[in-house]
Design a protein around this ligand. Structure first.
Ligand code: MEV
Length: 429
């Protein structure tokens, strides 16, 4: 069997239709499915009407594919939905460099979510906590009764924890955590159903009053990790040596570990990659965002989600860890036609595998950003992208885009008026 590789050089130079055809062949898509990718069909207004209230139409975003990803020895093409230029190109280039270091190694926790039950008006908070702990097994069995298909697939309640919070403006409260394995689902519905179901039982056991019953988006039991190495020699350019680039990138990483102002932007770059995959696969990116940022502040100071260092051979190493509650069943993952295709392109078999890919993409995206920032700065690449958009706006297509862009860059005059003038000059030649 021919081994397939995501290391596709010049993917960006192909036409849009060629790229879609290549990806369709990679994922074994039918021509109708390929048409969905190209936006000829995709989510229609009727489907949108079934997804949210008061629908009046749909809103499209670009779907791109990142190349070159090698994760745990397996090749991936990564679908990404994002409106920001440069992100897909930067992450593909980064993945190519990590490939030289053997690709990404990833891991993840079991898909265990937390459901929170807030108990107030307790006669004695510690007696209440004891009663819950003494009846853990019964409460877990009760939660599993309403677990439906998740329990049939081997998921369900895993543990119960209690967290007394004594000093609050509304008096003491006991927070009960239901730890619940949601398997391949993101699991919000399952965990909320279980938490609501337990409320009466908890009131009966404690003599208290239950208020909120809802999942926590700080899914710190459901984290994914990625690690990778870029050989120093791959970082050398005409203007900087590999060793100096490694040093500058490590310094940039430390900046984000110690300063919340920088950490916020650093993590924004990470989420450029993570969110794009989360959105492409129909997952809830607000849940992922809130979880990631809360985790980044877990020790009381907001810090970077990644860590960069130099290994004993002088190469650049990076790692990332963040909560990643993504699913491959349920929700929009199966309702949105393009989300289903994104999962097919990834060839994903489990929610954990998807979470690990997201972590690898986050790390690669972060590397791309801080490498650019620590070496030539990002405006260079951005201006090229901006020039490209102006060339297209001026009416350029095909190879004329690159010619107009090149001329504007060489002249240092990147404006729509100049793009229009160049179109006339170059076509009349
Ligand atoms: C831009 O979308 C993201 C960056 O600002 C991230 C960073 O500064 O690390 C380039």
């Amino acid at each position: 069997m021919k081994t397939r590789t995501s290391r596709i050089s010049g993917f960006y130079k192909r036409s849009l239709a060629e790229r879609a055809a290549l990806v369709a062949e990679w994922a074994g898509l039918t021509s109708a499915e390929q048409a969905t990718l190209l936006g000829m069909s995709g989510l229609n207004a009727q489907q949108a009407d079934n997804m949210i209230e008061n629908a009046i139409g749909t809103y499209a975003l670009p779907l791109g594919v990142a190349t070159n990803f090698l994760v745990n020895g397996q090749d991936y093409l990564v679908p990404m939905v994002i409106e920001e230029p440069s992100v897909v190109a930067a992450v593909s280039n980064a993945a190519r460099l990590f490939r030289e270091g053997g690709g990404f190694i990833t891991s993840s926790d079991e898909p265990v979510m937390i459901g929170q039950i807030q108990v107030l008006d307790l006669p004695d908070i510690y007696i209440a906590a004891g009663a819950i702990m003494a009846n853990k097994a019964a409460l877990m069995a009760e939660a599993d009764k309403v677990g439906g298909s998740i329990v049939k697939h081997g998921g369900g309640a895993r543990d119960i924890e209690v967290r007394p919070i004594l000093d609050t403006p509304v008096g003491p409260m006991l927070i009960v955590h239901l730890l619940y394995d949601t398997r391949d689902a993101m699991g919000a519905n399952a965990i909320n159903t279980a938490a609501e179901h337990l409320a009466n039982h908890i009131e009966a056991l404690t003599g208290g009053r239950v208020n909120l019953r809802i999942l926590s988006n700080l899914t710190d039991r459901r984290k994914a990790r990625a690690e990778g190495m870029v050989p120093a020699k791959e970082l050398a350019t005409d203007s900087i040596s590999g060793a100096d680039a490694v040093k500058a990138i490590v310094e940039a990483g430390v900046f984000a570990e110690v300063d919340p102002y920088r950490a916020t932007t650093h993590n924004k770059g990470i989420m450029n990659g993570v969110d794009a995959v989360v959105i492409a696969t129909g997952n809830d990116w607000r849940a992922i965002e809130s979880g990631a940022h809360a985790y980044a502040a877990r020790d009381g100071q907001y810090r970077s989600l990644s860590h960069w260092w130099q290994d004993s051979d002088g190469n650049l190493c990076g790692s990332i860890e963040l909560p990643l509650a993504v699913g491959i069943v349920g929700g929009a993952t199966r309702v949105h036609p393009a989300a289903g295709l994104a999962l097919r392109i990834l060839g994903i078999q489990s929610a954990r595998q998807l979470a690990e890919i997201c972590a690898a993409v986050g790390l690669a995206q972060n590397f791309a950003a801080i490498r650019a920032l620590a070496t030539e700065g990002i405006q260079n690449g951005h201006m090229r992208m901006h020039a490209r958009q102006l060339a297209v706006a001026a009416g350029a297509s095909g190879e004329m885009v690159a010619r107009v862009v090149q001329a504007m860059i060489e002249e240092g005059n990147i404006r729509l008026e100049r793009a229009k003038a160049l179109m006339i000059e170059l076509t009349s030649k």
